[in-house]
Design a protein around this ligand. Structure first.
Ligand SMILES: Nc1ncnc2c1ncn2[C@@H]1O[C@H](COP(=O)(O)OP(=O)(O)O)[C@@H](O)[C@H]1O
Ligand SMILES: [Mg+2]
Length: 240
């Protein structure tokens, strides 16, 4: 499989702190690629560089053959990268449907078309029956799925998911896992930051382990969870 996203030697420093340190990896088109690692490892900073929130201090990011490092977030989104935020932030006073319509309007000028597309996305995310509720009234699992729906409504080729399963019960985690598998089967490439190993193991074709901004290892899940450095820095024996 060819790479849809190529990250080559990127770094990001905040004053003295090196948050991401000369990191390189490729995300295969059509795959599900997971990034794991302890808090503070640099995972969200990595997403922020891909999504255009930060410009890398060094290195390049290539999406679908074109350099995207340094482009502003709206341009990155237009090119086909959707992202969720670790802290979910829908517009609380708007309805579930309105939140998703806003995403759909990125590529549509007609509100009717945007609403039709939003309904399709809401059905996929098991939120259609709640479309008239205010976003602020949703439970955490529903808010997390709304976050995915808002991003999906922009028709991304690559979806960046930042801890969308954090704080969920196993049944809710499994529900998102099966939704993400279905989306992936329709051709969507997924890059996932996740602490919930149950979900990572069920979804990821490859896993990259970050520690202090650098990759400790990258490989298929069965290899990565047996890697001693990964066990020592992150997993602990009980997770395996
Ligand atoms: N905007 C920022 N300014 C200063 N330091 C930051 C900023 N964003 C992240 N950091 C620091 O960079 C490191 C990596 O953070 P982050 O990427 O959020 O890690 P993770 O998502 O893996 O928990 C942490 O030490 C964090 O405090
Ligand atoms: Mg984070």
């Amino acid at each position: 499989m060819s790479a849809i996203l190529k990250v080559d030697g990127i770094s990001k420093r905040f004053r003295g702190l090196v948050a991401v340190d000369r990191l390189s990896f490729d995300v295969p088109e059509g795959g599900i690629f997971a990034v794991i690692g302890p808090n503070g490892a640099g995972k969200t900073t990595l997403f922020n560089m891909i999504a255009g929130v930060y410009t890398p201090d060094n290195g390049t990011i290539t999406f679908a053959g074109d350099r995207i490092d340094g482009l502003p977030p709206n341009e990155v989104a237009q090119r086909g990268i959707g992202r969720t935020f670790q802290i979910v932030r829908p517009f609380p006073a708007l309805t579930v449907e309105e939140n998703v319509v806003i995403g759909a309007l990125m590529r549509r000028t007609s509100v009717t078309d945007a609403r039709t597309h939003a309904h399709e996305v809401l059905r996929r995310l098991d939120l259609y029956d709640k479309r008239a509720q205010r976003a602020s009234s949703l439970t955490l699992p529903d808010r997390k799925r709304l976050e995915v729906a808002r991003s999906l409504a922009t028709d991304p080729r690559l979806l960046l998911l930042d801890e969308v399963m954090a704080g969920l019960r196993p049944t809710e985690t499994d529900r998102i896992v099966s939704i993400l598998k279905e989306l992936n089967q329709t051709g969507l490439t997924i890059l996932l930051i996740e602490h919930v190993m149950r979900a990572v193991m069920a979804l990821a074709g490859r896993i990259l382990v970050l520690h202090h901004g650098a990759a400790i290892t990258e490989g298929v899940p069965t290899e990565v969870v047996r890697n001693q450095a990964v066990i020592d820095s992150y997993l602990g024996a009980e997770d395996i």
